[in-house]
Design a protein around this ligand. Structure first.
Ligand SMILES: [Zn+2]
Ligand SMILES: [Zn+2]
Ligand SMILES: [Zn+2]
Length: 252
Protein backbone atom coordinates (compact mmCIF):
# COMPACT_ATOMS: atom_id res chain seq x y z
CA UNK A 1 0.00 0.00 0.00
CA UNK A 2 2.82 2.33 0.85
CA UNK A 3 4.45 1.62 -2.50
CA UNK A 4 1.21 2.40 -4.37
CA UNK A 5 0.89 5.65 -2.49
CA UNK A 6 4.47 6.53 -3.35
CA UNK A 7 5.75 6.29 0.17
CA UNK A 8 9.13 4.63 0.45
CA UNK A 9 9.70 2.36 3.42
CA UNK A 10 12.97 1.24 4.84
CA UNK A 11 13.82 -0.94 7.77
CA UNK A 12 15.79 0.79 10.46
CA UNK A 13 16.33 0.39 14.14
CA UNK A 14 13.24 -0.28 16.23
CA UNK A 15 12.40 3.15 17.64
CA UNK A 16 10.89 1.64 20.79
CA UNK A 17 14.29 0.30 21.85
CA UNK A 18 16.10 3.60 21.29
CA UNK A 19 15.57 5.02 24.77
CA UNK A 20 16.29 1.83 26.70
CA UNK A 21 18.75 2.43 29.49
CA UNK A 22 21.57 -0.10 29.14
CA UNK A 23 24.03 1.65 31.45
CA UNK A 24 23.84 -1.23 33.95
CA UNK A 25 25.38 -3.50 31.33
CA UNK A 26 27.79 -1.10 29.69
CA UNK A 27 28.96 0.09 33.12
CA UNK A 28 29.79 -3.46 34.10
CA UNK A 29 31.97 -4.00 31.02
CA UNK A 30 33.47 -0.50 31.25
CA UNK A 31 34.99 -1.47 34.59
CA UNK A 32 37.16 -4.23 33.09
CA UNK A 33 40.89 -3.94 32.76
CA UNK A 34 41.85 -2.91 29.23
CA UNK A 35 45.12 -1.51 27.89
CA UNK A 36 46.17 0.51 25.89
CA UNK A 37 42.57 1.17 24.71
CA UNK A 38 40.10 1.75 27.55
CA UNK A 39 37.10 -0.60 27.72
CA UNK A 40 34.68 2.18 26.77
CA UNK A 41 36.55 3.12 23.62
CA UNK A 42 36.55 -0.52 22.42
CA UNK A 43 32.88 -1.08 23.24
CA UNK A 44 30.10 -1.01 20.70
CA UNK A 45 26.77 -1.71 22.46
CA UNK A 46 23.28 -1.81 21.01
CA UNK A 47 19.85 -3.18 21.88
CA UNK A 48 19.01 -6.00 19.45
CA UNK A 49 15.59 -7.10 20.71
CA UNK A 50 12.97 -6.79 23.40
CA UNK A 51 10.55 -9.44 24.55
CA UNK A 52 8.04 -9.87 27.38
CA UNK A 53 8.89 -12.81 29.64
CA UNK A 54 6.20 -14.45 31.74
CA UNK A 55 7.29 -14.64 35.36
CA UNK A 56 5.19 -15.73 38.31
CA UNK A 57 4.26 -14.72 41.80
CA UNK A 58 3.28 -17.83 43.71
CA UNK A 59 1.27 -17.41 46.89
CA UNK A 60 1.63 -20.59 48.88
CA UNK A 61 -0.50 -21.69 51.82
CA UNK A 62 0.41 -24.84 53.73
CA UNK A 63 -2.00 -26.29 56.26
CA UNK A 64 -1.60 -29.77 57.65
CA UNK A 65 -2.05 -31.66 60.92
CA UNK A 66 0.41 -34.39 61.79
CA UNK A 67 -0.46 -37.33 64.05
CA UNK A 68 1.58 -40.12 65.53
CA UNK A 69 0.74 -43.78 64.94
CA UNK A 70 -1.78 -43.83 67.80
CA UNK A 71 -3.67 -40.84 66.41
CA UNK A 72 -2.36 -38.20 68.79
CA UNK A 73 -1.95 -34.70 67.30
CA UNK A 74 1.77 -33.93 67.16
CA UNK A 75 2.04 -30.78 65.07
CA UNK A 76 -0.25 -28.23 63.42
CA UNK A 77 1.48 -26.72 60.42
CA UNK A 78 0.18 -23.39 59.13
CA UNK A 79 2.40 -21.35 56.84
CA UNK A 80 2.12 -18.70 54.18
CA UNK A 81 4.89 -17.93 51.73
CA UNK A 82 5.26 -15.84 48.61
CA UNK A 83 7.75 -16.78 45.91
CA UNK A 84 8.78 -15.10 42.70
CA UNK A 85 9.69 -17.34 39.76
CA UNK A 86 11.52 -16.56 36.55
CA UNK A 87 10.33 -17.54 33.04
CA UNK A 88 11.91 -21.00 33.30
CA UNK A 89 10.38 -21.65 36.72
CA UNK A 90 13.47 -21.05 38.85
CA UNK A 91 12.82 -19.31 42.14
CA UNK A 92 14.22 -15.81 42.18
CA UNK A 93 15.90 -13.91 44.96
CA UNK A 94 17.28 -10.44 45.60
CA UNK A 95 16.39 -7.52 43.37
CA UNK A 96 14.70 -9.63 40.71
CA UNK A 97 12.35 -11.28 43.20
CA UNK A 98 11.41 -7.86 44.54
CA UNK A 99 10.74 -6.59 41.03
CA UNK A 100 8.47 -9.55 40.16
CA UNK A 101 6.59 -9.34 43.46
CA UNK A 102 5.93 -5.67 42.76
CA UNK A 103 4.28 -6.54 39.44
CA UNK A 104 7.29 -6.58 37.10
CA UNK A 105 7.11 -4.03 34.30
CA UNK A 106 3.31 -4.05 34.32
CA UNK A 107 3.14 -5.58 30.84
CA UNK A 108 0.51 -7.98 29.47
CA UNK A 109 1.49 -11.66 29.40
CA UNK A 110 0.35 -14.71 27.48
CA UNK A 111 -2.17 -16.60 29.62
CA UNK A 112 -1.45 -19.92 27.96
CA UNK A 113 1.91 -20.48 29.61
CA UNK A 114 1.75 -22.93 32.49
CA UNK A 115 3.14 -22.00 35.89
CA UNK A 116 6.10 -23.88 37.43
CA UNK A 117 3.99 -25.89 39.86
CA UNK A 118 6.40 -28.77 40.57
CA UNK A 119 9.29 -26.48 41.51
CA UNK A 120 7.11 -24.53 43.93
CA UNK A 121 5.77 -27.68 45.61
CA UNK A 122 9.29 -29.05 46.00
CA UNK A 123 10.56 -25.77 47.50
CA UNK A 124 7.60 -25.36 49.84
CA UNK A 125 8.09 -28.93 51.10
CA UNK A 126 11.78 -28.36 51.73
CA UNK A 127 11.20 -25.05 53.52
CA UNK A 128 8.32 -26.21 55.71
CA UNK A 129 9.61 -29.59 56.85
CA UNK A 130 10.15 -29.82 60.63
CA UNK A 131 11.36 -32.48 63.00
CA UNK A 132 8.91 -32.17 65.87
CA UNK A 133 9.62 -33.53 69.35
CA UNK A 134 6.68 -34.82 71.37
CA UNK A 135 5.99 -36.88 74.46
CA UNK A 136 4.20 -40.16 73.89
CA UNK A 137 1.59 -41.76 76.15
CA UNK A 138 4.34 -43.75 77.89
CA UNK A 139 6.23 -40.56 78.80
CA UNK A 140 9.08 -41.11 76.32
CA UNK A 141 10.16 -38.39 73.89
CA UNK A 142 9.83 -39.05 70.17
CA UNK A 143 10.72 -37.12 67.04
CA UNK A 144 8.42 -37.00 64.04
CA UNK A 145 9.43 -35.66 60.67
CA UNK A 146 6.54 -33.44 59.52
CA UNK A 147 6.78 -32.81 55.77
CA UNK A 148 3.67 -31.40 54.10
CA UNK A 149 2.15 -33.54 51.36
CA UNK A 150 1.20 -32.08 47.99
CA UNK A 151 -2.52 -32.12 48.74
CA UNK A 152 -1.96 -29.72 51.65
CA UNK A 153 0.06 -27.20 49.67
CA UNK A 154 -2.20 -24.68 47.96
CA UNK A 155 -0.66 -22.40 45.36
CA UNK A 156 -2.10 -19.34 43.66
CA UNK A 157 -0.14 -18.22 40.62
CA UNK A 158 -0.19 -14.72 39.16
CA UNK A 159 1.54 -14.18 35.79
CA UNK A 160 3.81 -11.13 35.73
CA UNK A 161 5.28 -9.52 32.63
CA UNK A 162 8.98 -8.63 32.74
CA UNK A 163 10.64 -6.94 29.81
CA UNK A 164 13.76 -8.72 28.56
CA UNK A 165 16.16 -6.52 26.66
CA UNK A 166 18.89 -8.20 24.66
CA UNK A 167 22.01 -6.12 24.30
CA UNK A 168 24.81 -6.96 21.92
CA UNK A 169 28.23 -5.76 22.95
CA UNK A 170 31.10 -5.90 20.54
CA UNK A 171 34.76 -5.53 21.42
CA UNK A 172 37.04 -5.65 18.34
CA UNK A 173 36.05 -8.98 16.70
CA UNK A 174 34.32 -10.55 19.72
CA UNK A 175 30.60 -10.33 20.44
CA UNK A 176 28.75 -10.64 23.74
CA UNK A 177 25.02 -11.16 24.12
CA UNK A 178 23.49 -9.90 27.32
CA UNK A 179 19.89 -10.41 28.50
CA UNK A 180 18.66 -7.72 30.88
CA UNK A 181 17.56 -8.26 33.64
CA UNK A 182 18.46 -11.98 33.70
CA UNK A 183 22.17 -12.14 33.03
CA UNK A 184 24.10 -11.28 36.14
CA UNK A 185 27.75 -12.13 35.74
CA UNK A 186 30.16 -11.79 32.86
CA UNK A 187 31.66 -15.14 31.86
CA UNK A 188 35.23 -15.65 30.69
CA UNK A 189 35.43 -16.39 26.95
CA UNK A 190 38.36 -18.74 27.53
CA UNK A 191 37.30 -21.04 30.38
CA UNK A 192 33.55 -20.26 30.34
CA UNK A 193 33.46 -19.67 34.09
CA UNK A 194 31.92 -16.54 35.60
CA UNK A 195 33.94 -13.68 36.98
CA UNK A 196 33.40 -14.75 40.57
CA UNK A 197 34.81 -13.06 43.61
CA UNK A 198 38.39 -11.84 43.44
CA UNK A 199 38.75 -12.99 39.84
CA UNK A 200 39.15 -9.87 37.75
CA UNK A 201 38.63 -9.91 33.98
CA UNK A 202 40.45 -8.15 31.19
CA UNK A 203 39.64 -7.28 27.60
CA UNK A 204 42.15 -8.64 25.14
CA UNK A 205 43.34 -5.72 23.05
CA UNK A 206 44.10 -8.01 20.10
CA UNK A 207 40.85 -9.95 19.73
CA UNK A 208 38.43 -8.35 22.21
CA UNK A 209 37.75 -11.47 24.25
CA UNK A 210 36.96 -10.96 27.93
CA UNK A 211 39.02 -13.38 30.02
CA UNK A 212 40.29 -13.89 33.57
CA UNK A 213 43.31 -11.73 34.30
CA UNK A 214 45.45 -14.30 36.06
CA UNK A 215 44.50 -17.68 34.62
CA UNK A 216 43.30 -17.04 31.06
CA UNK A 217 45.23 -13.94 30.01
CA UNK A 218 47.49 -11.20 31.29
CA UNK A 219 49.60 -8.24 30.28
CA UNK A 220 52.27 -8.25 27.64
CA UNK A 221 55.52 -8.54 29.55
CA UNK A 222 56.98 -5.62 27.59
CA UNK A 223 54.30 -3.05 26.60
CA UNK A 224 51.58 -3.89 29.19
CA UNK A 225 48.94 -4.51 26.52
CA UNK A 226 46.15 -6.71 27.94
CA UNK A 227 45.98 -10.00 26.02
CA UNK A 228 44.22 -13.33 26.28
CA UNK A 229 46.26 -16.52 26.32
CA UNK A 230 45.33 -17.49 22.77
CA UNK A 231 46.70 -14.17 21.45
CA UNK A 232 49.74 -14.09 23.69
CA UNK A 233 53.05 -15.52 22.64
CA UNK A 234 54.32 -17.33 25.67
CA UNK A 235 57.97 -17.48 26.33
CA UNK A 236 59.46 -19.59 29.04
CA UNK A 237 62.16 -17.94 31.02
CA UNK A 238 64.16 -19.81 33.60
CA UNK A 239 61.83 -18.99 36.48
CA UNK A 240 58.52 -17.78 35.05
CA UNK A 241 56.48 -17.82 31.89
CA UNK A 242 56.12 -14.41 30.30
CA UNK A 243 53.46 -13.31 27.84
CA UNK A 244 54.27 -11.10 24.90
CA UNK A 245 51.89 -9.53 22.38
CA UNK A 246 52.26 -9.79 18.59
CA UNK A 247 53.81 -6.33 18.27
CA UNK A 248 56.49 -6.96 20.86
CA UNK A 249 57.42 -10.39 19.53
CA UNK A 250 57.78 -9.14 15.94
CA UNK A 251 59.99 -6.21 16.97
CA UNK A 252 62.17 -8.61 18.92
ZN1 LIG B 1 38.83 -17.87 32.46
ZN1 LIG C 1 42.90 -12.35 22.36
ZN1 LIG D 1 53.57 -5.95 23.85
Amino acid sequence: MARMAGVSLHQGEDPSTRDTDISDVTGMFAGLKSCPAGATSLMNAKVTSQHIDTCWVAEVRVEQRFHNSSGMLVHKMKKKKTYACGPDGNILDGKLAKKVKKGGDGLPVKRSESPPRNDIIRTAKAECVRNVKYKGGNGSTYVKRCEPTEGHIHVNFHPIGVLRTTVELKFLRTKYKWDMPWDKEIACKACGKPKGVLKPLLICNECGRVVHVRTCGGECGRCKKTICDSCAVKRKKIIKTSRLCGDCISSD
